[in-house]
Design a binder for this molecule. Structure first.
Ligand code: PYC
Length: 314
């Protein structure tokens, strides 16, 4: 029989429009000493909790959940496993900004620097007195530039495959303005691109599925405007922290971004991140700066007699 905790305490926030639901207590710690192991056991043994916490009727498809755990590395503030309507993420830039502001709101973090362990490595967050958070991410990299892919209904496209904590296919579609009224169309074309990549066998390193598609266009008050399709078919309301990191790697590979040079990336809804590459302990690391705001706190309860106790959807 599925085991349900008595109650799970969550704090909700949004980072430049994209929601994060931080689980602060009540969720049993997933098995394993490393964040990678905890992520795997969350998916294997606690998928009912993932679904119940982020999906309707308690949540909605765009929420990214963040389960806080004890740290893996000495000196880290905590560990975090990010999950969504489709599974679990390696890293999540907007989510980490939401976690940091949530910890501050709970009185567990003061302005300054804190390390957080994730399944893809330890990242650092600097919380400023005015609420801005800068994430120093794991290293981003380019897998391939100018990859050709034939997409039904769109024709032949070129794009870059890059990693910034998750895998991205980054492309420009000049005939497709990145505007809110066009969201259903942008979701549809990005899903067609994602499917075409699978069919063409285009992957990240070691055959990893490319589960995020990033459409890039010129912006009036930023260096670029993006639309990012997330793995569960939702779009990122924020400029996507891992997608911004992947874009920095592409710009650097093309010789279009020097270390320290600021790149301003805007989301389809108008949220902004500032980002740059800077050296840290001999590695060039992406830095992403943005804001999050706490929007609520809740106690989630689970009645095993409820036919929708584990949520609606995947
Ligand atoms: O900010 O990295 C991010 C992210 C990934 C998926 C949704 N947001």
């Amino acid at each position: 029989m599925t085991a349900w905790p008595e109650a799970v305490e969550v704090v909700d926030s949004h980072t430049e429009g994209e929601p994060t639901r931080v689980v602060v207590s009540g969720w049993p710690l997933p098995a394993g000493g490393s964040l990678q192991q905890r992520r795997a056991s969350l998916l294997r043994e606690q998928d009912h909790l993932r679904r119940a916490v982020v999906l309707e009727p308690r949540g909605h498809a765009a929420i990214v959940g963040a389960l806080l755990t004890p740290p893996e590395q000495p000196g880290s503030q905590c560990g975090v496993v990010f999950f969504n309507n489709a599974g679990a993420l390696g890293m999540c830039g907007h989510g980490l900004i939401g976690v940091v502001r949530t910890l501050e709101w709970l009185g567990r973090l003061q302005p300054g620097e804190a390390c957080v362990d994730t399944p893809v490595g330890t990242v650092t967050a600097r919380l400023e007195g005015d609420g801005h958070v800068t994430v120093r991410n794991v290293p981003a990299c380019v897998q391939a530039l100018d990859v050709e892919v034939d997409v039904p209904g769109l024709g032949r496209l070129h794009g870059d495959v890059a990693w910034g904590g998750n895998w991205f296919f980054i492309t420009e579609l000049p005939g497709e303005p990145l505007e809110v009224p066009r969201l259903p169309r942008l979701v549809a074309v990005s899903q067609a691109i994602r499917l075409a990549l699978v069919e063409a066998g285009v992957t990240g390193a070691d055959g990893a599925e490319i589960d995020h598609v990033e459409l890039v266009a010129p912006a009036r008050e930023a260096d670029a405007r993006v639309f990012v399709l997330c793995p569960g078919g939702e779009y990122d309301r924020s400029p996507c922290g891992t997608g911004t990191s992947a874009k920095l790697a592409v710009l650097q590979a093309r010789g279009r971004l020097a270390p320290g040079q600021v790149w301003r990336q805007e989301s389809v809804t108008g949220g902004r991140f500032e980002a740059w590459l800077a050296e840290h302990e001999g590695r060039l690391l992406p830095h992403v700066r943005g804001r999050a705001f706490v929007t609520g706190r809740a106690t989630l309860v689970f009645d095993p007699r409820d036919p929708l106790v584990a949520g609606i959807g995947r």
